[in-house]
Write a protein that binds this ligand. Structure first.
Ligand SMILES: Cc1cc2nc3c(=O)[nH]c(=O)nc-3n(C[C@H](O)[C@H](O)[C@H](O)COP(=O)(O)OP(=O)(O)OC[C@H]3O[C@@H](n4cnc5c(N)ncnc54)[C@H](O)[C@@H]3O)c2cc1C
Length: 390
């Protein structure tokens, strides 16, 4: 008799690895399938916010590259906010090491990890699924798609739907002179307005920096000139080596409208199509969804496959309101440049501070939006001379 796993998780990124750990620590028999050999390079800023870290059941200190206590926000090339905090605003990791660390934790808790083999398709029903891979067939009671933005599992489950996406271009940047890194150590930079309808970022790592640009404007087909412009604005267009420069898509919507579960399985992480509609931060969502999914899966294994469908309603309840506010703010930030400039002129430091509070989980986009869209704030936005903070 082939082994029957309680759950088969496709993808050993942060979403799949954390879910594997959560299920294995509650005594379930879990298989994680990963297409690539671990550790593998994953294009990502590798920025972990406090709200994301708070969802991790263990300390990632062994794989932390830098701690950013300074945050700098620019708008259209003008500094609008800078702060030096006592606590890190963002914790920086390289995703090859971080994801491997999480996958090893899941293995340590008892999950079986098979890397270097790709999910191909599935058949059967809840309780007795056959999962075909590039290296044979595995049997599980249910399946989880944690296989990233283009999720073959979502397609196989018939849960794939069109997503709204950011188009991004990211690279690792090495310095010919190691001392150049000292200018960037311990600080994260967000440059809104470069490129249009998006922002650029610079995140320091132990021996280099990760830099990228993203936009919501799908008409901007080629982001390379914007990446080059960003290197120039940071004085990094010379004496540097740019490696792993590639385009990527980051999904930022559809999860609440799209299907996320059926009687055989469910989707988490980028496979579910949700990230922060303003920043593209996905790790926080991946961890939150893994936690939500773990509870649903434990119940479904007792009650039957139909229970898995509850996950969709839970996700909606968990994220709908917050994401609606975040999308409204994203619209203001990315689609209304005049109003955005005015909002930052008037509220610059307050907006920067509150954005960091969202990263830290101390406030929500709803509270931030209610401040910006408060009648007094709107009146200030309409008045040419007003200057106050929120
Ligand atoms: C350029 C860029 C910068 C980003 N910066 C940040 C940031 O700074 N902070 C942040 O929070 N988020 C960031 N994100 C978003 C973040 O990277 C994602 O939200 C996060 O990786 C989602 O994790 P995941 O586990 O769902 O998917 P992934 O990390 O994509 O993992 C999915 C895994 O599934 C595997 N897989 C795929 N197909 C198969 C298959 N057929 N069979 C088996 N395995 C398969 C893949 O190899 C991969 O290992 C960024 C994204 C991009 C593109």
């Amino acid at each position: 008799m082939p082994r029957l796993y309680d759950a088969i998780i496709v993808g050993a990124g942060p979403a799949g690895a954390l879910l594997g750990w959560l299920l294995a620590t509650s005594g379930l028999n879990v298989l994680i399938l990963e297409k690539q050999r671990l550790p593998r390079y994953k294009p990502c800023g590798g920025g972990l916010t406090r709200r994301a870290l708070d969802l991790l059941p263990f300390d990632p200190a062994p794989v932390v590259e830098d701690l950013a206590r300074r945050a700098v926000i620019l708008l259209d090339g003008r500094p609008v906010f800078e702060t030096l905090e006592r606590e890190p605003v963002i914790t920086l990791v390289m995703r090859d090491r971080f994801d491997h660390f999480l996958a090893r934790r899941a293995e340590g808790a008892g999950a079986t990890l098979k890397d270097g083999l790709a999910f191909r398709g599935l058949s059967g029903s809840f309780g007795r699924l056959e999962v075909a891979t590039s290296a044979g067939t595995f049997h599980g009671r249910l399946i989880v798609g944690a296989d990233g933005a283009s999720s073959p599992t979502a397609r196989a489950l018939g849960l794939w739907s069109a997503r709204r996406v950011f188009s991004a271009l990211e690279a690792e940047v090495d310095f010919d002179r190691p001392e150049t890194l000292d200018r960037f150590r311990g600080a994260v930079h967000f440059d809104f307005g470069l490129p249009p309808q998006g922002y650029a970022w610079l995140f320091p790592k132990a021996g280099h920096v990760s830099m990228g640009v993203l936009t919501r404007c799908m008409a901007l087909k080629n982001l390379r000139p914007w990446f080059q412009a960003y290197l120039q604005t940071k004085g990094l267009d010379r004496e540097t080596t740019v490696r792993s420069l590639r385009p990527h898509l980051i999904p930022w919507g559809s999860g609440s409208g799209g299907r996320l579960a059926d009687d055989r399985g469910l989707l988490i992480g980028d496979a579910a199509g949700l990230t922060d509609p303003i920043t593209g931060e996905g790790l926080y969502f991946a961890f939150r969804e893994a936690r939500l999914a773990a509870g649903v899966i434990r119940e479904a294994l007792d009650r039957g496959g139909a229970y898995l469908r509850r996950y969709e309603g839970l996700m909606r309840r968990e994220f709908r309101i917050e994401l609606a506010w975040a999308r409204a703010l994203a619209f203001l930030l990315y689609r209304m440049p005049g109003l955005r400039r005015r909002a930052f002129d008037i509220h610059g430091p307050g907006l920067g501070r509150r954005l960091l509070d969202v990263f830290a989980g101390r406030t929500s986009y709803r509270n931030l939006a209610l401040r910006v869209l408060h009648p007094a704030s709107l009146k200030a936005l309409a008045s040419p001379r007003s200057r106050r903070t929120i």
